[in-house]
Design a protein around this ligand. Sequence first.
Ligand SMILES: N=c1c2ncn([C@@H]3O[C@H](COP(=O)(O)OP(=O)(O)OP(=O)(O)O)[C@@H](O)[C@H]3O)c2ncn1[C@@H]1O[C@H](COP(=O)(O)O)[C@@H](O)[C@H]1O
Length: 108
Amino acid sequence: MTSSTILQRLADTIEARKNADPTQSYVAKLLASSEEKVLKKIAEEAAETIMACKDNDSAQIIYETADLWFHCLVMLARHNISPEAILAELERREGISGIEEKLSRSQN
Ligand SMILES: N=c1c2ncn([C@@H]3O[C@H](COP(=O)(O)OP(=O)(O)OP(=O)(O)O)[C@@H](O)[C@H]3O)c2ncn1[C@@H]1O[C@H](COP(=O)(O)O)[C@@H](O)[C@H]1O
């Protein structure tokens, strides 16, 4: 099982929840609420990830990062963006040093 497979499977589940009953599905409930609710969850999970890092708690870092990625996938679904698009962007950047990339921006 590759890491991109679970991301895509989860994205497919989230997509299917667009037509699900919000009383039966957490994702359907999130998708039926305002975007602000999803964005607040992302901020909350990011803060919890930061706290886990500060505590140097590896298990908690993994748990909170999973929550963060999950809520980012829900946000992407609201915008009809597949995780494939994010993976493709990371792939496009592969081998381009962040330092070089920043320098090329400051020269433009
Ligand atoms: N990966 C996840 C996942 N990760 C986290 N969560 C939920 O995200 C919420 C995280 O919020 P918190 O920890 O802040 O808990 P909370 O305080 O109860 O949350 P709020 O009331 O503030 O929203 C919890 O309710 C978790 O259960 C997830 N819910 C669902 N999934 C996946 O989505 C699929 C579809 O889920 P349903 O739509 O619920 O069937 C599942 O089969 C899973 O694969």
